[in-house]
Design a protein around this ligand. Sequence first.
Ligand SMILES: [Zn+2]
Length: 288
Amino acid sequence: MPATFVPGVAAPEPAEAAGSAAWCFVFVEGQLLLPADEGLPLAPLAPGLFVASTHARHFLGRLDGTDCWALALPEAPPGWRRAPLRAAMMGFGEPLMGLASRAAQVLEWDRAHRFCGACGTPTELMAGERARRCPACNHSAYPRLSPAMMALVWRRHGGHGQVLLARSPHYVPGVYSALAGFVEPGESLEECIHREVAEEVGVTVTSVRYYGSQSWPFPHSLMVAYTAEWTGGEIVKQEGEIEDAQWFALDALPKVPPRFSIAGHLIRDTVMAMGGPEPQSTASVVRA
Ligand SMILES: [Zn+2]
């Protein structure tokens, strides 16, 4: 049976929390702490270990009845090592991947909203709500989500399927992915797709179909993925954004992102649904 996560804000009493084992997603300067012994998985532990020196502590909810916490520490205690979040998440399956993503975003929101963005007064955590409020002017800051769309453009060309993949200059050499871009204020996701596809590669599309979405904590995106059918235009690369963009036959794809990211799922599922073979993965997409 899949694990059930019930989100919550109201923390249990500290004494109660310190006494029972809990999932703790502990971060030091944006990196997740994992057991120093690489053979040990992350497992529920008594949060009392971390409580004394913690400078940010947020209750996330319960996973199959076990409390889940996001904690920030100034440095890693003995027995723990720091791991980049992306690498740590790739080693987790669900539901830990989603919980680590949630914890990272809650801590980043908390870190970045210590002072009111309107008047500069120190903010206070609100009880029962994931929000920080300014006691001087009542301005409230909630965790920020930045929606970004992803589009895999496809076509039938001379009876054969093709997909349009592109490279950003910061990708590992040889890796291509679907097109992506942030949604602008006032724009629908569909409008964003037509605009981004036109800006990045100069083609027009139709039959925009929702594929799926993924929380992406780098630092606080919500990726919303679509497929879109090409209707016209030759590829014209956007200067500075797109290093290369090409049509690829389904059986001659370059390396693409792994299934860890929604880009990896979108490209694989679409190519295989069009009759192509499973594409090859790359271990990492972005240059270290
Ligand atoms: Zn204020």
